[in-house]
Design a protein around this ligand. Sequence first.
Ligand code: HEM
Length: 462
Amino acid sequence: MAVYLFLALGVVLVLCVCTALLRWNEVRYMKKGLPPGTMGWPVVGETTEFLKQGPNFMKNQSARYGSFFKSHILGCPTIVSMDPEVNRYILMNEAKGLVPGYPQSMLDILGECNIAAVHGASHKHLRGALLSLVSPTMIRDQLLPKIDRFMRSHLACWDDGSIIDLQDKTKQMALLMQIGIDSSSISQEFIPEFFKLVLGTLSLPIDLPGTNYRRGFQARKNILGMLRKLIEERRASREAHNDMLGGLMRSDDNKYKLNDEEIIDQIITIMYSGYETVSTTSMMAVKYLHDNPSVLHELRKEHLGIRAKKRPEDPIEWEDLKAMRFTRAVIFETSRLATVVNGVLRKTTKDMELNGFLIPKGWRIYVYTREINYNPRLYPDTLAFNPWRWLDKSVECHNYNLIFGGGTRQCPGKELGIAEISTFLHYFVTRYRWEEIGGDKLMKFPRVEAPNGLHIRVSPQC
Ligand code: HEM
């Protein structure tokens, strides 16, 4: 009997402590004018629920508190905005004090000079430098021929009868393409370090042996060493290199001259930003094509039409890329349904009024854009994979298409990413047919991924 009494007292005590902690955390962040919402537990807030339930957490909270609510996720008091108008306003008004607010681990590992860590004049300068590397002229004259060469060899011999993990293949492909440095010697040591770096940016900034953060930070140091050495070698040889590093190092006629630290951080940022977005979208495009034979038929028709006008050894050129209208639509529809970037993070540089509420200085704002992609008014029959909807150009240009972000931070690599995925699809669907082995699990949150790979068997296209 006494045991039961103790147990009951224990349970009551635990409940009291939990309630007190939750209440204390609510009171701590209670400020006049803040939007409604809950702050969860001290320190961790509602991070566990957010990561576990993903889009459902957002749906539940917005059902209770509306599309603009407060929470505590990823270590910070955060306002979640799911309102299309407000989201657009936030992205268009960085100058009013709504600057990028990415987690500390990301800033530490991608570097202080990375484009997402700076704002104002510095951002303008770095962005100018990046845009000059990925402009339409650069894509046409320099990048596309390289992408074509790369894809031809990367996609060779996939039909040798073995089972292929498509996720692995598209990851390798995107990483090697983003590295884009004319040096095979650097890529070999670089790849494992880069994977550690990526994991580190997605971890809590706990600098202890064995943590992903510590490994990621160490990987950054190793990558810095490799890139510094490469820069020195290139300066000493005076040989011109037509790659991204070469473009950033060119000092004559370059109005966006950067110092070495800035160059290195931009190279790391370009790889980081292009790697997962391009690999995951490529993998998911193949998945949706497999599940939607009529879309595959239309896409293949487009690519066989382009090939028919060429010899087998002729590369994909700018005009061919422009003619890939349906392919572009497939890429947008894939990105809509398998949203790789669920939202972007901002933080307030001062106390400010937003959407009728008062947001304190230093709070994060999670501009959650994923929900817009599933809005039935913008995309009727919203869950259907229907690339034809994107053939109406106004759909790509409408104000709430934030797949590539918006405002002054809109993705500078958008057209490059589309060129890479289009070229991949070109060689994949004109060379091969494929079937899924089946049974592979796919996750869409917090990252779009196949936790155990996406296995396919490839045969030649007759
Ligand atoms: C399917 C492919 C891609 C998608 C969906 C995508 C998406 C995005 C989004 C949503 C943003 C906005 C981030 C923000 O507002 O904070 C962004 C920014 C950025 N992206 Fe991409 N991206 C893609 C490919 C690429 C590629 C290939 C590159 C390489 C050049 C790249 C480089 C960048 C950079 C450097 C930024 C930061 C821009 C700034 O802060 O001004 N992205 N991207």
